[in-house]
Ligand binder design. Structure first.
Ligand code: TXA
Ligand code: MG
Length: 334
């Protein structure tokens, strides 16, 4: 298959919408990460998405919408709190798990009775959904298990020749995937942290709790509230450790054949090869760089990489959640 490279202009958007209406698979930019989109109502197209990514069949997809009418089409028994969250955080990086309507197939929801829905704010994504007049099921546009793509080059590196087209939009502004919450149970639960923070969500959902799998490994046989949580994810090939604590520079300076992923503030003290992934005082900076850096790690040829863990608050919680998976839960506490 030859993957068409489309510009993020009117013509590119129209072509992308045409391909999607005809059952094709197109990688599109969103504000969080690039998504691999297909018509949410077309089972054959959805199967092609799973195949291109090599994604396990039991991991459901997020459905992307452009207006509230589409929400009523894909979900049912929508609680009032969902409308309040939509008002505050949509369009934007929040995904809500709701009861699914009959229009959503087992294929999209991996057999669950729920559907995950999000309204992206990125204009190209918004226009493609609007133009195609279809809700688009879209996982991140990476090969399953690899870091999510935040540029179209990442997408091409992973999926060239395996998908119909890629829309060459801008670098993603947020850089980590959307916050996922479920409103389908008795109480709201945070399933995956993102740029919409738990602190912000508490203003509308004071009783929201954080799922155990956000910060720890599931015990063998334990059921995941969000199937994506059980897989090793975002992992470089290089053995990765997450390091918590203040004396990061002293710790890594004793290591050989290793790379440090650090904050700008401590960079000068570090004497081994290093990549700066943002400023410690501003989590948005390292959220934005995280996946690009994880993709760089393997190019350095070192044996081990040590990543300095951020604080687990604000967007820092999202970054910590991705890093602990990239490190396959190997955490060193200094
Ligand atoms: O920002 C994002 O969310 C990006 C862009 C493309 O929108 N998409 C994304 O999709 O990250 P994906 O497939 O890589 O991650 C979706 C996560 C998975 O962990 C999956 O298990 C969970 O959402 N999920 C999807 N449907 C669910 C459902 N019905 N119940 C619980 N979790 C669900
Ligand atoms: Mg993903």
């Amino acid at each position: 298959m030859i993957t068409q490279k489309l510009n993020a202009d009117r013509q590119g958007i129209n072509t992308a919408a045409e391909i999607l209406k005809n059952g094709g698979v197109v990688a599109i930019p969103t504000e969080t990460v690039y998504g691999l989109a297909a018509n949410a109502y077309d089972e054959k197209a959805i199967k092609a998405v799973f195949k291109a990514k090599g994604r396990p069949q039991d991991n459901p997809l997020i459905v992307h919408i452009s207006d509230m009418e589409m929400l009523n089409e894909v979900a049912e028994d929508i609680p009032k709190t969902a409308f309040r969250c939509a008002e505050k955080f949509w369009p934007g990086p929040l995904t809500m798990v709701l009861k699914r309507s009959d229009k959503i197939s087992d294929c999209v929801s991996a057999g669950l009775s729920t559907v995950a829905v999000r309204m992206p704010s990125e204009q190209t994504a918004h226009k493609i959904i609007k133009e195609s007049r279809l809700p688009l099921a879209a996982p991140s546009a990476n090969v399953s298990g690899k870091p999510s793509p935040t540029t179209y080059t990442h997408v091409i590196n992973d999926l060239d020749g395996k998908i119909d087209a890629v829309v060459m939009g801008a670098e993603c502004t947020v850089g980590v995937e959307s916050t996922v919450i479920t409103l389908a149970g008795e109480h709201p639960v945070l399933l995956r942290p993102g740029a919409v923070t738990i602190e912000q969500l508490k203003e509308i959902l004071p009783d929201i709790t954080v799922d155990k799998a956000v910060l720890s490994e599931l015990a063998p046989g334990q059921k995941a509230a969000s199937p994506g949580m059980k897989y090793k994810h975002y992992a470089p090939q290089t053995e990765t450790f997450l390091v918590e604590g203040e004396n990061f520079a002293d710790f890594v300076n004793t290591k050989q054949n290793a790379l440090a992923v650090c904050f700008a503030e401590e960079s000068e003290q570090i004497k081994i090869p290093k990549i700066v992934y943002g400023t410690n005082t501003n989590p948005e900076t390292f959220a934005n760089k995280l996946f690009g850096v994880l993709r760089e790690v393997d190019k350095t040829g070192v044996k081990t990489v040590f990543v300095h863990a951020p604080e687990k608050s604000g967007v820092g919680l999202a970054v910590y959640n991705r890093l602990i998976r990239a490190a396959a839960f190997k955490v060193i506490k200094l």
